[in-house]
Design a binder for this molecule. Structure first.
Ligand SMILES: Cc1ncc(COP(=O)(O)O)c(C=O)c1O
Length: 195
């Protein structure tokens, strides 16, 4: 028996007709940037992720970059990231002149280890970017508690884990602003956001 190294067929086959119909609708409509389809998707994503606002952008790197611009990250500001994150999280910080400060992951989950967070905080730290890797939510209650205590913002990167939950709460709704793949900028006031 030959087992393919990579195959999305089991995921794609059941939704093939629905996805192709949606693509044809956008193609025929000829409105590729913004427009009604994007608006409908933004509204549906807000309902799905239980957040106040969702804005469609080009990709997840743009979402993270715009989130940091919106939070006013300045040259030299330090932002904590998991050391094993995908490069986009790191690039979003360096693009606005910030300094990414890597923190090692929990070896059991490969996600940001809250017990190592406080040692990385300095007077120049402005925020924390928890990245929910491999479909697993970060330990958000501990991370959120540390962020609140030190007056830091959080920007979640949930490009890899849409729909995952932490203690029953959807991720992508804890940070002040969050980014996800498909290119969505998710604005705070989610059900779990502290601001
Ligand atoms: C954790 C994480 N963040 C950000 C991105 C960037 O996503 P995009 O390719 O939509 O810019 C990815 C892409 O794989 C990712 O895995």
């Amino acid at each position: 028996m030959s087992i393919p190294f990579l195959s999305f067929t089991p995921q794609h086959a059941p939704i093939r007709a629905e996805i192709l119909a949606a693509i044809v609708q956008v193609y025929d409509n000829q409105w590729y940037v913004l427009g009604e389809q994007v608006k409908a998707f933004e509204i549906e994503y807000s309902l799905f992720n239980k957040v106040a606002h969702t804005i469609g952008v080009a990709n997840s790197l743009d979402a993270l970059h715009l989130a940091l611009e919106a939070l006013g990250v300045q040259a030299g500001d330090e932002v904590i990231v998991p050391s094993n994150t995908y490069i986009a999280t790191w690039l979003a910080i360096s693009f606005v002149g910030g300094v990414p400060v890597p923190v090692e992951p929990n070896p059991h989950t490969y996600n940001l280890d809250p017990t190592r967070l406080e040692a990385a905080i300095t007077p120049r730290t402005k925020g924390i970017m928890p990245v929910h890797l491999y479909g697993q939510a970060c330990e958000m209650s501990a991370i959120q508690e540390i962020a609140s205590r030190h007056g830091l913002w959080m920007v979640e990167d949930n490009a890899q884990s849409q729909g995952a939950t932490w203690e029953g709460h959807l991720i992508g709704s804890f940070g002040q602003v969050n980014g996800t793949s498909l290119g969505f900028l998710i604005l705070g006031q989610g059900e779990n956001s502290t601001t």
